[in-house]
Design a protein around this ligand. Sequence first.
Ligand SMILES: Cc1cc2nc3c(=O)[nH]c(=O)nc-3n(C[C@H](O)[C@H](O)[C@H](O)COP(=O)(O)OP(=O)(O)OC[C@H]3O[C@@H](n4cnc5c(N)ncnc54)[C@H](O)[C@@H]3O)c2cc1C
Length: 402
Amino acid sequence: MSQTIQAIQVDITIIGGGIAGLWLLNRLRNLGYNAILFEQKALGGAQTLASQGMIHGGMKYTLGGVLPNITETITQMPKHWRSCLAGQGDVDLSRAQILSDHVYLWSTASLGSKLTTFFASRAIRGRINAVAKDKIPPVFQNKAFNGKLYRLQEIVVDVPSVVSALAENYREAIFKIDWQHASFVKTNEVEALQIQHNGQLLSIQSQRFIFAAGEGNENLLQQLSITQPKMQRRPLHQVWVKHDYPHPLYAHCIATSSSPRLTVSSHPTPDGKWIWYLGGGLATKGVDQTESELIARAKEEMKALFSWIDFSQAQWGCLRINRAEPKQGDFMLPDSAYAKSCGHVIVAWPTKLTLSPDLANKVIELLRQEQISPKYPGLNSLLAALPRPEVAQAFFELIDNS
Ligand SMILES: Cc1cc2nc3c(=O)[nH]c(=O)nc-3n(C[C@H](O)[C@H](O)[C@H](O)COP(=O)(O)OP(=O)(O)OC[C@H]3O[C@@H](n4cnc5c(N)ncnc54)[C@H](O)[C@@H]3O)c2cc1C
């Protein structure tokens, strides 16, 4: 017996519920588009909840002692996020939390004279400031610390609360997809997403499909035989350390290269402690190390950098995760988001949490150029029966107290 097909028309269908998809859903629905989102596992579950939550404005790239050609785009991002967090931006993040309104830069001993002069230069002053003796945070208040400390006015967000806020704003438009019972079909050169549910076949026809599935974009592109753009992965092997030390830290340790030797962010755990989450050079170089090799390396590094803090009773662990981005010839660090139209599909990678607002701007500009405006108001009631995804738990919410 042939199944009846129930056609559902929407303006935009987003695939992937990380920061990219959720931010886009919020922006597009705020603009009046009937946009819906499908997530296959849990919201925020991949790179987004593994990130360190630093909303940086490009100053991190100055660590080599030169002011590179930082795009206007990335420098605007911290301000954009702040207005959203204050409930006054183009996306409402008033329910999300800021973990810190600044990030430190520190060096272990004296900085090279080139970097010292650079940090004192007019180009940098006001953005990176040396920390006065009476303003030194508890973590560095020890006579064993003889390096230099700078403060950078960039925020760190509590990523789980950002994901929850974005999801809560438009819960009714977010659905779970099981690809065992769903596929793209092409009719009259236009893709439709067909979903089998409860004996019904829903055919979702959408003015545009947006692939915002992080690493999952590769497979989605293959499904539709789209050969360009290609994706690249940049793997990280992060380390976390859970301890009784009561102070959080958000900081980059400056080395001689343009990228940090170590980046530390701190995340509260349900039992009232802090996890220090360690990235930067430790995590990029750690990709080829086993978990036990990397933990041994991290212990040495923490001893070298924080000889006055006792980590002997701490709990240690690692997290392997890939960053997913469009393939670029020279493996450059991206400083703006990526969105490209491929027929009725827009492929999107923010390339950084920070750049999610830029990604939304780029997608909206593509829709404007292609004259895609809101056309199908109101959520079809047939969608209401579809399952809903949970918000994923961050790894630091799952570590037990043993
Ligand atoms: C360790 C680490 C630290 C980082 N720290 C920072 C930082 O401090 N600051 C910063 O700006 N950036 C940071 N980043 C980068 C940032 O996290 C990512 O650029 C950003 O989270 C990417 O978001 P996304 O939504 O594109 O991808 P993801 O967060 O990976 O989300 C993709 C979603 O799509 C879903 N999905 C996949 N395939 C499908 C499918 N076929 N159907 C439906 N759903 C699908 C997945 O389940 C997932 O929920 C960090 C990244 C890592 C890995």
